[in-house]
Design a protein around this ligand. Structure first.
Ligand code: UTP
Length: 491
């Protein structure tokens, strides 16, 4: 501990000069009790701050985004429904195009996994959550195996760019290395870390401390991907290996059909710079971003910004006029990302009031019971209005969207709901392939065995009756195909 003479410490003076004009010198209150090492750490975090930006954002915190002009002109988005023709392009042609691009090595997957997963309350990065209903496999394993399965079909490796944040980075890297990246070659995995933003006290605008020697920093939103993928050199590396299209997805949805050829095909054949998967909203007030058309552009209007009368407006056939809810899956052109990276403020910060634990030099560690802080996040979907010819691609929610957001026991989006949806989907594939699955029996299919119902056809025993929980792994399939007369044991 150093207590003497800290006011004359040049480092202290430098920081005081930085913080003073912005009323943030309280961050130095713990200085006398810090070791040399701790002081350096705190100084580094303070130097990284964009204090003028934080001040501007705090001053604007009550400004409501005025979307009324936009809303007057909002109409349903240009959308293709998977499995149907779009502007004369049949699904088979789109699929063939997507497959061709994958074979030519022009598409990469990009997974954003930097979120803190506060609602789930799992004490590790969300990607490590054991979601497999029978296998217990993690979200990371399931995602990576889907990419490997697509690589096999394409006959060449497909790279994965994986975004972490300081909150998830080290544990994610160690976990993936301990599991040998679940079979993905080190040459095909590009891990990059997103930036952070400090949390501010909601009443005073003062930056919060997380501990005596560190600021309360949190990842800057999935929109932080844009700056991070460029700053880290990842996008350039992908471009250097011939990648032109990015298939972007989020870590929390185990049903996402990663690198779906038909989706990629429609994106490219329609000349879109950024395409977005949507599902038909179940009710006008579903808590999803609403993808709408405004003039020649698509954009997302947050559910909280959509007035009830517009949310409830019906088309002549009785369906919701603004029906398209975004599920956070996008196909994005690499050139487009490079182009918008230069646009000042391409992505605005969104402001949210949240509960944030903090350290107070007088009270020690504080765990607030009500929202006490302001957090700033960028959202990747704010890029959509900048994209030419953006399209929505409608997918079926039951088959494509099971987000893991909440802790067990929650009303929706909890592990039990996600697992039930995985089981229902895989059961339907098994039934389509001719099996009978007894009611209530959990089934799960490894992505290395099948990515869809079609993949499973002719690969399981005829008239197979499944009476016990089963995980259909490649080992299981090869054991059965080496002696097809015996129905496989299900343990
Ligand atoms: P959410 O917005 O649902 O946040 O992220 P979250 O961190 O998973 O959960 P809560 O809100 O704290 O409970 C959607 C996707 O965006 C990623 C997440 O990892 C998830 O894949 N994300 C979110 C980031 O990569 N970085 C961020 O800063 C925020």
């Amino acid at each position: 501990m150093m207590t003497d003479g800290f006011h004359s410490d040049p480092l202290y003076q430098e920081l005081e000069r930085l913080l003073e004009p912005f009323g943030q010198t309280h961050l130095l209150r713990t200085w006398p009790q810090l070791t040399e090492e701790q002081r350096k750490k705190l100084a580094e975090q303070i130097r990284e701050l964009d204090l003028p930006l934080l001040q501007r954002l705090y001053e604007k915190r009550h400004q409501v985004l005025d979307v009324s002009g936009l809303l007057e002109r909002a109409s349903p988005p240009r959308a293709v429904r998977l499995g149907s023709d779009y502007r004369g392009i049949p699904p088979a042609e789109a699929r063939a195009k997507g497959e061709q691009l994958l074979r030519e090595g022009r598409v990469a997957a990009l997974l954003v996994a930097g979120g803190q997963g506060t609602r789930l309350g799992f004490p590790h990065p969300k990607g490590m959550f054991p979601i497999g209903p029978v296998s217990g496999h993690s979200l990371f394993q399931i995602h990576i195996e889907k990419i490997l399965a697509r690589s096999r079909k394409a006959g060449r490796p497909i790279p994965l760019a994986l975004m972490t944040s300081p909150a998830t980075h080290q544990e994610t890297v160690t976990y993936l290395e301990n599991h040998r990246r679940f079979g993905l070659s080190a040459d095909d995995l590009y891990i990059f870390c997103q930036g952070t933003m400090p949390s501010l006290d909601a009443d005073t605008g003062k930056i919060l401390l997380a501990a005596p020697d560190s600021l309360a920093l949190s990842p800057d939103g999935h929109g932080g991907m844009l700056a991070a993928v460029i700053r880290s050199g990842t996008l350039q590396k992908l471009r250097d290996r011939g990648i032109e299209y990015i298939f972007y997805f989020q870590v929390d949805n185990p049903l996402v059909d990663i690198l779906a050829p038909e989706v990629i095909g429609y994106h490219v054949l329609s000349g879109s710079e950024m395409s977005t998967e949507v599902v038909a909203k179940q009710s006008p007030f579903d808590k999803v971003g609403n993808l709408v058309q405004v003039d020649d552009r698509l954009c997302i209007i947050e559910y909280s910004d959509l007035p009830p009368e517009l949310a409830e407006k019906r088309a002549p056939d009785g369906s919701l006029l603004l029906w398209a809810g975004s599920i956070g899956v996008h196909v994005i052109n690499v050139d487009f990302l490079f182009r918008v990276a230069d646009l000042a403020d391409a992505l605005p910060y969104h402001i949210a009031q949240k509960k944030v634990d903090y350290y107070d030099p007088d009270q020690g560690y504080v765990k607030p019971t009500a929202p006490n802080a302001i957090k700033f996040e960028k959202f990747i979907f704010d890029l959509i209005p900048h994209a030419k010819n953006a399209i929505a691609i409608e997918v079926d929610a039951a088959r494509h969207f099971a987000p893991l957001k909440n802790a067990p026991g929650a009303e929706k989006d909890a592990p039990e709901h996600v697992r039930a949806q995985m089981i229902a989907l895989h059961r339907s594939w098994l039934q389509a392939a001719g099996a009978v699955v007894e009611d209530g029996v959990p089934v799960e299919i490894s992505p290395l065995v099948a990515l869809d119902a079609e993949d499973l056809r002719d690969r399981i025993p005829k008239n197979w009756r499944i009476t016990e929980p089963i995980f259909l792994s490649p080992e299981f399939i090869s054991a059965w195909s080496s002696s097809p007369q015996t129905t496989p044991k299900t343990e």
